[in-house]
Design a protein around this ligand. Structure first.
Ligand SMILES: [Zn+2]
Length: 556
């Protein structure tokens, strides 16, 4: 079974078709207002991607800031209280207020892989977290027991490669708390890529054999361990937060009240720090140390600094997007980013730095807190019983149950093996029965054959379009399951993301720097447009066909 699953996943990962250009546009909705959860039809095609001479010299540094699980509406919701880095980027930048991950499985790995590649998951090969960066052949330095990680499943190139092709002096540094969030924006490039594992920052043997001195020095400061006994308190007075603190759905009823005190034990505190704003502060310190040590952004070439901040994701999963914890976390993130930008501008020429701010996905409301006006009532969906009955039906039809794998939203099928054994019709019958049963399950909105979606309306139907952008046409994905709005799979997280609905796809997309015309742009934009837009200001050309286009309205 394990080998078959591996084969199926490899087929998905390595059979990507060439990307094609989506012409879709839509109007976003707000999950907070709990209205429609889908996008509306597209308008006219976006202009072609042409390489124009930049009005000002190319940046010496491109800073990509990705906030894990950050909804675009956070910027307005908490806007009056923002005065740090988020405020500076949002108010001084070219902000595409209707920007989306235009793919269906809005998870961390696929989202990050779109950002500097300019391509959808069907083309990057990173179609889900499960097929993200785990790689036993690339063990972590100093932590051989942890799962190894590398970009071996990532296909194609990124902005980092395009910059390097133009000028071999171009360098990239990527840091995150998560391996996939550090690795995937950069693609396959042998850059400086570091993430947090086992209480320290490290990398894998894909990148190097030993940790550099600056990382060892950083780890020796034991910043996460020194949080032992520290409390996460509110930044502002109680009256500044309109959200109730006492919401028993948060954290499954445990530790949902401020202040949140970290354990006295240093190792336990380091582990608990993941779900506090302190981890982002530590990551930003690491980024500045790396920038200094590697002289990133100091030369005449264009370098890249990619920072993916993960605390918002952990806090959002545990407390939900409507929580006082998310509110305070965003305020603290704003202040921490402000301090980071202040420090960066002391170290480097601010007129040569281009910033891009975005997220890898949004998040849904805790299902139990969705207003009653939303019908059907959102539920937590578990397909385990359906899977059992599918396997029973296959067994009684004398089919090898290993022909099929069910993974949350998708059903993978080994049709080649079914054809070899002349059992295709029996397999189809079993799958049809599964689809009928799944459609009748509370919380399931649609069950589609992926091949049918490829012939569907990708202009007017956002769900169809986002599924089509998810997998290559030749993948072994047989069925895709779409839940009703605000329903989620399983009971593992208090709140989560991963759907093709706008509350999970809608993220900030903001550019700042002398190349960009500040303002709010309401036109539909996609995260795959980020890379070609940055490539345009850096005067480099993509090494391959992209799904994204240059957002020319952002440019001066
Ligand atoms: Zn994420």
């Amino acid at each position: 079974m394990t080998r078959f699953i591996g084969t199926l996943l490899l087929v998905i990962c390595f059979s990507a078709s060439a990307g094609c250009q989506s012409l879709a546009t839509h109007t976003a909705s707000s999950a907070r207002e709990a209205r429609t959860a889908l996008s509306t039809p597209p308008a006219s095609p976006l202009p072609p991607n042409r390489l124009l001479p930049p009005a000002v010299p190319a940046p010496s540094l491109i800073v990509l800031i990705t906030i894990d699980q950050f909804r675009d509406d956070y910027l307005d919701r908490f806007g009056p209280q923002l005065r740090g880095g988020l405020a500076r980027l949002a108010r001084g930048g070219a902000w595409f207020t209707n920007a989306h991950h235009d793919h269906a499985i809005t998870e961390t790995a696929p989202g990050h892989a779109t950002l500097l590649s300019g391509r959808f998951p069907r083309s990057t090969g990173i179609t889900a977290n499960r097929v993200g960066v785990e790689d036993p052949s690339a063990p972590l330095l100093g932590n051989p027991a942890a799962p190894g990680a590398s970009p071996k499943r990532f296909q194609g190139t990124t902005l980092v490669d395009w910059l390097h092709a133009k000028d071999p002096r171009s360098r990239a540094l990527s840091v995150s708390r998560k391996d996939r969030a550090a690795i995937l924006p950069i693609g396959r490039s042998q850059a400086d890529v570091y993430w947090y594992a086992g209480g320290r920052f490290t990398t894998s043997r894909y990148y190097r054999d030993t940790l550099p001195d600056w990382i060892n020095r950083f780890n020796a400061r034991r910043e996460p361990q020194n949080l032992a006994g520290k409390s996460w308190t509110l930044l502002l007075p109680d009256s500044a937060y309109k959200e109730p603190d006492s919401v028993s759905y948060e954290m499954n009823g445990r530790n949902f009240l401020f202040p949140h005190r970290l354990p006295d034990d240093s190792a336990a505190a380091a582990a608990a720090s993941l779900a506090t704003p302190f981890m982002d502060e530590i990551e930003l310190d690491l980024a500045l140390d790396g920038l200094n040590a590697l002289s990133i952004g100091k030369g005449s070439q264009t370098d890249v600094l990619s920072i993916s901040l993960s605390a918002t994701d952990a806090i959002g999963h545990g407390y939900g997007q409507d929580s006082r914890e998310i509110h305070d976390n965003v305020l603290r993130l704003d202040r921490n980013l402000g301090a980071f930008i202040d420090s960066l501008f002391k170290l480097r020429d601010s007129t040569r730095i281009a910033f891009a701010l975005t997220a890898d996905h949004g998040v849904s409301t805790i299902p139990e807190l969705v207003p009653g006006s939303v019908q059907p009532t959102p539920v937590r969906v578990n397909l385990a019983d359906l899977e059992t009955s599918l396997r029973a039906a296959m067994t009684s039809a004398k089919l090898d149950t290993n022909l099929v794998m069910l993974d949350h939203q998708i059903v993978l099928v080994n049709r080649d093996l079914a054809a070899l054994t002349d059992r295709t019709r029996a397999l189809d019958n079993a799958l049809s029965l599964f689809a009928v049963r799944a459609r009748s399950l509370p919380g399931v909105a649609r069950v589609d054959r992926f091949q049918d979606l490829l012939r569907g309306d990708t202009i007017n139907n956002a769900i169809t379009r986002r599924w089509v952008h998810q997998f290559p046409a030749t993948s072994n994905v047989e069925l895709v399951i779409t839940l009703t709005p605000f329903s989620i799979f399983g009971e593992g997280s208090v709140a989560t993301h991963g759907s093709p609905y706008d509350y999970d796809t809608h993220v900030p997309l903001i550019f700042t720097g002398p190349w960009f015309a500040p303002g709010r742009y309401a036109e539909f934009a996609r995260t795959v447009d980020l890379a070609p837009t940055l490539a345009e200001v850096a005067a480099v050309k993509a090494g391959e066909k992209l799904d994204g286009v240059v957002l020319r309205r952002a440019l001066k």
